[in-house]
Design a protein around this ligand. Structure first.
Ligand code: PCA
Length: 156
C-alpha cells in the first residue's frame, strides 16, 4: 500500500472522487486530513478548470487535502488518469496531519509524528502565466471562484 495526499478533484465531494471509491480501479482507504508542510501555488487552469499544484515550494499557501492508503492497482490507475508524468508528476511531499481517523476496515494508528510523507500529484510542466492566477489553499470545484471542473473538456 502507498500513502497519497489528494488536494483536488479526487477529494471527497469533488468531481473525481468516484474513482477513489470504485473498487474496479483498486483500493483506496481514507486515513485523514492534512495540509502540505510547504507552501505551493494551487491554481485552477486550462479550459477544463483543472486544479494544479505548481512545483514552486515556498510560494502560495499550505494546501489542504485528504490522505489515503492506496494499493498498487489504484496507484497505477491514478497515474494514468492524471496523465502522469506528462501533465502531473507524482512526487513525495511532507504532509502535516490535521485530523486522523478513517472509517474503513483496517484502522491504522495515528502516526507518532505530526507530519508524514505522501505521494502528491504536482506539476513542473505548467505555463509561466499560471503563476499569475489566483492561489487557492483548499480546492473546491463548486467554490465562489466560479471555475467548476469541466470533466468533458480535454485538458490538453
Ligand atoms: N487530482 C489530483 C491532482 C489534482 C486533481 O484534480 C488530486 O486531487 O490530488
Amino acid at each position: 500500500m502507498h500513502r497519497i495526499f489528494v488536494y483536488g478533484t479526487l477529494k471527497e465531494g469533488q468531481p473525481n472522487y468516484h474513482i477513489m471509491t470504485n473498487r474496479k480501479h483498486g483500493k483506496a482507504l481514507f486515513r485523514g486530513t492534512g495540509r502540505t508542510e510547504d507552501k505551493y501555488p494551487l491554481v485552477i487552469a486550462e479550459k477544463a478548470n483543472v486544479p494544479f499544484l505548481l512545483e514552486v515550494p515556498g510560494t502560495g499557501h499550505r494546501i489542504a487535502g485528504e490522505i489515503y492508503m492506496v494499493d498498487d492497482q489504484m496507484l497505477q490507475f491514478l497515474d494514468e488518469f492524471e496523465s502522469c508524468p506528462d501533465m502531473y508528476q507524482r512526487t513525495i511531499k511532507r504532509i502535516e496531519i490535521l485530523e486522523w481517523g478513517g472509517k474503513e476496515d483496517s484502522p491504522e494508528e495515528r502516526p507518532a509524528a505530526n507530519t508524514i510523507e505522501c505521494f502528491v500529484y504536482s506539476t513542473t510542466s505548467y505555463k509561466a502565466e499560471w503563476l499569475n492566477l489566483t492561489y487557492h489553499d483548499c480546492y473546491d470545484s463548486y467554490g465562489t471562484h466560479g471555475l467548476p471542473y469541466q470533466s468533458h473538456l480535454d485538458t490538453q
